[in-house]
Design a protein around this ligand. Sequence first.
Ligand code: AMP
Ligand code: MG
Length: 301
Amino acid sequence: MKTKQIEKKKSVLRIQSEIRKVLGEELRKKDFIEISPVILSPITDPLNHPTAPARIDCYGNEYSVTQSMIFHKQLALRTLDKIFVFSPNVRLEPSGRKETGRHLFEFTQLDLEVKDATREQVMELCEDIFIELIKSIKKECDKELKVLDRKLKVPKKPFKKIKYEEAYQKYGERFEDIISKIHDEPIWLIDIPLKSREFYDKEDPEHPGILRDMDLIYPEGYGEALSGGEREYEFERIKTRIHKKGQTLEQFKDYIKLAKNGLLPSAGFGIGIERLTRYICGLKTIDEASLFPKIPGKKCI
Ligand code: AMP
Ligand code: MG
């Protein structure tokens, strides 16, 4: 690598290290406890889009590599009230997704969950830590931002909100890209329809067919930052939702067994660290936000 490229990569990695530090500190200040990531389990997030299975045999049992820690976060709340984890996820995304500049097949989520919380409470928490993060990066990584020629603006609270249906009507199918391009501050997408998400996302009892869910969209065309919301936790509702998705209880038998013993109401979200680094550093594509990027469809070290 040329000296200039090394200087740029160093700045990105220094900023990423600061991002992890600040997010951890902010959450600890708010009484969150960091838990260890789960890498292998018989249960993982089914996701709402197709990824190739990443399964291995462990002592005669089939395990999956973690796609997200959603189920483990729900289970962890039986012991702790507020948790976060820097969770490595493996998602064997379709190879065409390398073109998006936003997808890797291995990445890290800062995944958090709060017992008894509402969607609005975790949205406010997110706004608070996001604002603190941008302030800290501007202060502590001024030199690196100069190397990257990146100017950052501290967003104002509360972030704007747009309902999924309204966004679709106004901008059509590519509404996420358009919303992202036309705004210069992060914006919430809320009230996502049931069919677009997974069975564990809580349906709004007052608006059947609509979820108590949200995405945060980065400005300047950087696209989706995070997804989250309230969760289904009642056994009967979980079963109904699995059936509604055309999935079977057998597929989720290990989770179902645990859900039967009782899960707790909660809300949370997961934010991708490489996408966050890409946004903060103003990088063209997500692979620039990692030392060892796993690009869909490619053999990567
Ligand atoms: P999801 O629950 O699927 O929305 O994932 C949560 C967050 O993880 C997303 O909002 C992204 O920030 C990040 N993420 C999801 N999939 C990928 C991927 N393939 N590569 C990089 N980041 C991802
Ligand atoms: Mg998402």
